[in-house]
Design a protein around this ligand. Structure first.
Ligand SMILES: NC(=O)c1ccc[n+]([C@@H]2O[C@H](COP(=O)([O-])OP(=O)(O)OC[C@H]3O[C@@H](n4cnc5c(N)ncnc54)[C@H](OP(=O)(O)O)[C@@H]3O)[C@@H](O)[C@H]2O)c1
Length: 326
């Protein structure tokens, strides 16, 4: 977020940093100045215009209302507020108009996987009426935060001298216990459970539910059907999605490609990959072709940087859009 605020010359008069008691008292650089991190639990939030919050859902449920009642517009990265009907869930290229009503002083930033797909699916929906999506995801470990990144890095380090055949035959190279972020070894592996299984009998993960619920809210299609399988893959940055979508009317790959060439926040590319998109702002989309198994079907593949557009960049774009509308 700090890097993107600087890159975009965001008009910051004064910046304050907050964390938990774990990092309070440490310093973070802002344009050469060392700024002390304050403990969010005890800080006085008065005087803040815009708060960019990214501390997780549990703490956000407490912190976001405190920040909002002190007068800030809170742009929150966590899942705590996304489905609240009084909280807009915004991707500025897609539904900026939702910022006209911010009843609780809180704006939610979508889930990083859903986010990558929205700028692509919106123009296709406007043209042909999106009915359903079958989605398989390929999600980077950084989507699970710093601990996810550390876990892959540690496992790769531990396996650097490994005979890969041993890993292939012995899936239990690392014992999985309470201290691990992922439910199986992530190095040299693919885990078909990203997030955790939710306790509602559906056997879906939280990520799969967010993909459906948040797509419906952002695209404003309450009855959109979404079947997702969210998969964690051993890469650091960049979430990818393979999508087969069904539309109300026929839409040819050529027409879809033309629409996407003009879509804000989207780049059409022959072969989107996480490595290609890491550090870049737009969603890259390609492999656009007819799908036979659904009516008026299209299949496509897209990749986006989950830490930029999927999190920090979109939060800052929301702040920019909000300032423009004020
Ligand atoms: N990573 C992604 O791709 C992504 C994308 C979209 C949304 N999100 C969401 O964004 C949120 C943060 O994710 P992340 O990946 O950035 O996690 P992270 O790397 O674990 O960072 C969490 C940050 O929150 C701070 N924090 C934790 N508890 C706090 C508390 N009680 N009060 C104040 N600060 C607290 C931590 O500071 P301390 O060091 O002080 O603990 C740390 O700086 C999550 O809700 C996540 O779902 C993440």
């Amino acid at each position: 977020m700090r890097a993107i605020l600087r890159e975009r010359n965001f008009p910051v008069d004064e910046i304050r940093f907050f964390g938990s008691s774990r990092s309070a008292g440490q310093f973070l650089d802002w344009n050469g100045e060392q700024i002390e991190i304050e403990d969010a639990a005890t800080a006085d939030f008065s005087g803040i215009d815009i708060a960019l919050a990214s501390s997780g859902a549990t703490s956000s449920k407490v912190l976001a209302p405190r920040l909002a009642s002190a007068g800030a517009i809170v742009i929150d990265n966590s899942s705590a507020w996304r489905m609240d009907p009084d909280v807009p869930l915004v991707v500025p290229e897609v539904n900026e108009h939702a910022l006209r009503s911010i009843r609780k002083g809180i704006v939610a930033n979508p889930n990083c996987t859903t986010m990558a797909a929205m700028p692509v699916m919106k123009p296709l929906h406007l043209a042909a009426g999106l009915r359903s999506m079958v989605v398989s995801t390929y999600q980077a470990v950084s989507g699970a935060g710093r601990e996810g990144v550390d876990e892959l890095a540690n496992e790769l380090e531990a396996t650097k001298d490994f005979d890969v055949r041993v890993l292939t035959f012995d899936g239990s190279a690392f014992p999985i216990d309470e201290g691990f972020k992922f439910p199986a070894t992530i190095a040299h592996n693919v885990i078909p459970i990203a997030g955790s299984i939710i306790d509602d009998g559906s056997l879906e993960t939280g990520e799969e539910k967010k993909l459906r619920d948040e797509s419906r809210k952002i695209l404003e299609i309450p009855n959109l059907l979404v079947d997702g399988t969210c998969v964690r893959v051993p890469i650091f940055t960049g979430h990818s999605l393979s999508i087969t979508a069904s539309f109300e009317r026929e839409i040819e790959p050529e027409e879809a490609t033309k629409l996407l060439l003009d879509a804000p926040g989207v780049v059409v590319h022959d072969m989107p990959t996480p490595r290609l998109v890491a550090g870049k702002d737009p969603t890259y989309v390609g492999r656009i072709r007819r799908a036979e198994t659904v009516s008026n079907g299209l299949s496509l593949f897209l990749s986006g940087d989950n830490l930029r557009k999927g999190a920090a960049l979109n939060a800052i774009q929301i702040a920019e859009a909000w300032m423009k509308l004020r």
